[in-house]
Design a protein around this ligand. Structure first.
Ligand code: ADP
Ligand code: MG
Ligand code: ZN
Length: 619
């Protein structure tokens, strides 16, 4: 029973109570007048009464003139006794003169009267119960402690199929085997094939892991039990383990079926490493999960699917053969994948003829499925707000910027002086990036505030990259420092606006030195071991495995890289000072420059090609 049912019952009780009260009142009241018992006796003596109906102690009196009245007799004597007592004669009560009808007590009246007494208590108890249950908290664990709260989706009406998942063809290919097995287990069993028990879906958030798992059950047409890893772990010790047991009991009754554990890292972290309060509970849960997975025979046709974006922190025991031994990797989609995903999500939405999904796909590197869905939705919202009948390319372009950097904040008030600084800062980024042959072309420069940034410069790489050459990383650092360098050059002072740039530059330089082996002095080595601190959740701590002397050397190298990049930026800005002034001036006039407008002012010294945005350099 959940809390919705409870409040429903409360309402029902209240409703019944009201009805009962109304009925009860009506049964007592009438349009007729009330006469006292001695008045009634008097009327009988005068021969005016023709009929008396007795019902319990209530009397309905009908007079010879056909008027009616009601009266009440004393409870502990019969009507006749009372009337005789009041001086009415036997003669006057003779059936010829008056008919006295005694009705048996109505069962309803008794019930209604009783209800009138009981109901208030019932309502009180109900309300008390309700409040008590509410106080149990949202997890509502009081009555269903160890029950798994897996939601079952039966395969009868598959809402999601493989057609709804795009851009992950390899993953789909691997999962087709699972689908086939679930459809016709006998075919595989006859050949003695051992079918994977566990399939682990691995990929960054939003790449469609949950979606794909649903699609598998939709394709196979089998029941699908879905539970999220965090639901196993609650505040009561032992609940997680018994939920696992219950989940598998349910699943066995519905086999063949799929059990899907979403976000399995919540329970599946390495054991023995946590210092947090709930880790014992988590370990028990994980142990139970392992026991259950080992427990079923080859003919228990249950396939367990699990999803995580942190396979690195999973307990090795989960990954050994016989458990989650299949791994299906969902990567961030490439250009073609993104186009396919966009196609899935624009289905059923009216598009302008100018919309070219391949251009949009190229303009959204790094976007995952969830981002692309969001993008299409934002574009549709924009189109609706502009009262358009269909979504045009302009809305999609605006939506991309929204998804990357948050909505434009035109309303923010900035002083003229501040605006000038922001304009030079962004122009500095843009001019430096444009002047460096290795840097990506500038796609857009703007001094309109977006999200947290006061302005932004968008640059576009030619294609999706997996490898970053050293020169390009340096160019990126120089570009990031262009804003600060311009401020210093033009205003002879610097502002806090470059904080985010500096953070990223420092991070980049440190990564180059310690992780990528890109410093001559320190050589191709990795310094420091990444280690996860489980009690801090996602926090990563660096385990130092080098000496104090090396630490100093690293710091020196990082500082050298950043300083060199800064000098380079400064030097470029001095060289192209006229362009810097022109771009900043133009920005103050029109606030936003497209690539064409920007390159009209400052044609790239080295030709660049059109491409796709990858970096937003915020002020
Ligand atoms: P994950 O579980 O990997 O974090 P989800 O499966 O919850 O991601 O994806 C969130 C949403 O993003 C989905 O409901 C879907 O609309 C969209 N999406 C993600 N990946 C894809 C894809 N490959 N094809 C189509 N839509 C996708
Ligand atoms: Mg998910
Ligand atoms: Zn900046």
């Amino acid at each position: 029973m959940n809390s919705r049912n409870q409040s429903y019952i409360i309402y029902l009780l209240l409703f019944v109570a009201i009805i009962v009260m109304v009925v009860y009142n009506f049964s007592q009241r009438g349009t007729t007048s009330e006469v006292s018992i001695n008045q009634l006796a008097e009327d009988i003596k005068q021969g005016r009464v023709s009929k008396i109906e007795e019902n319990e102690n209530r009397l309905r009196v009908v007079y010879k003139d056909l008027t009616e009245a009601i009266s009440t007799k004393e409870a502990d004597a019969t009507l006749v006794e009372q009337l005789l007592h009041l001086g009415v004669t036997q003669e006057q009560l003779h059936p010829n003169n008056i008919s006295i009808i005694i009705k048996p007590p109505s069962p309803w009246l008794g019930v209604i009267t009783a209800l009138g007494y009981i109901l208030p208590f019932l309502i009180l108890i109900g309300a008390f119960f309700f409040i008590f249950r509410q106080a149990q908290g949202t997890n509502n664990a009081a009555m269903s402690f160890g029950k798994s709260r897996a939601r079952m989706f039966t395969g009868d009406h598959p809402t999601v199929t493989f057609a709804d998942v795009a851009g992950v063809d390899e993953a789909k290919e691997e999962l087709k085997e699972v689908v086939e097995f679930l459809r016709e287990p006998q075919k595989f069993i006859a050949l003695g094939a051992r079918i994977p028990k566990g399939v682990l879906l691995v990929g960054p958030p939003g790449t469609g892991k949950t979606l794909l798992a649903k699609a598998v059950s939709g394709e196979a047409g089998v029941p699908f039990f879905s539970i999220s890893g965090s639901e196993f772990v609650e505040m009561f010790v032992g609940v997680g383990a018994s939920r696992v047991r219950d989940l598998f009991d349910q699943a066995k009754r519905h086999s063949p079926c799929i059990v899907f554990v979403d976000e399995i890292d919540a329970v599946g972290r390495q054991r023995g490493a946590g210092l947090g309060g709930s880790h014992d509970e988590r370990e028990q849960t994980l142990n139970q999960l392992l026991v259950e997975m080992d427990g079923f025979d080859t003919d228990t046709n249950i396939i367990i699917m699990a999803a995580t974006n942190r396979p690195d922190i999973l307990d090795p025991a989960l990954l050994r053969p016989g458990r989650f031994d299949r791994r299906v990797v969902l990567d961030r989609p490439d250009v073609r994948g993104r186009e396919a995903i966009l196609r899935v999500h624009v289905k059923g939405k009216p598009l302008d003829s100018d919309v070219d999904l391949s251009i949009l796909a190229r303009a959204t590197p790094g976007f995952v499925g969830a981002d692309l869905e969001n993008l299409v939705n934002e574009a549709a919202i924009l189109a609706a707000r502009r009262n358009r009948k269909s979504i045009s390319m302009a809305e999609f372009e605006e939506a991309i910027e929204r998804v990357i950097a948050g909505p434009e904040r035109k309303s923010r008030l900035i002083s003229q002086e501040e605006k000038r600084i922001i304009a030079y800062h962004e122009a500095g980024h843009a001019v430096v990036m444009n002047a460096l042959p290795e840097a990506d072309p500038v796609q857009k420069v703007s001094i309109i505030a977006r999200g947290m940034a006061a302005g932004y410069t968008l640059s576009l790489p030619q294609e999706d990259r997996t490898l970053m050459p050293r020169k390009k990383l340096i160019a990126e650092m120089v570009g990031l420092l262009g804003g600060r360098a311009a401020e210093e050059l033009v205003f002879d002072d610097i502002t806090s606006g470059a904080g985010n740039d500096l953070e990223r530059v420092t991070q980049l330089a440190r990564t180059m030195v310690t992780r990528l082996g890109m410093s001559e002095e320190l050589g191709p080595m990795v310094y420091g071991q990444k280690e996860e601190l489980i009690f801090l959740g996602r926090e990563i701590a660096e385990q130092r495995d080098y000496s104090e002397a090396v630490a100093e050397q690293i710091d020196r190298e990082v500082r050298r890289l950043v300083n060199e990049a800064y000098q380079k930026a400064r030097q470029l800005l001095i060289q192209y000072r006229d362009k810097l002034d022109a771009v900043a001036q133009r920005l103050l006039e029109v606030e936003t420059l497209s690539r064409e407008e920007f390159e009209a002012i400052f044609p790239p010294p080295v030709p660049k090609h059109s491409g796709i945005p990858s970096m937003v350099s915020n002020n």
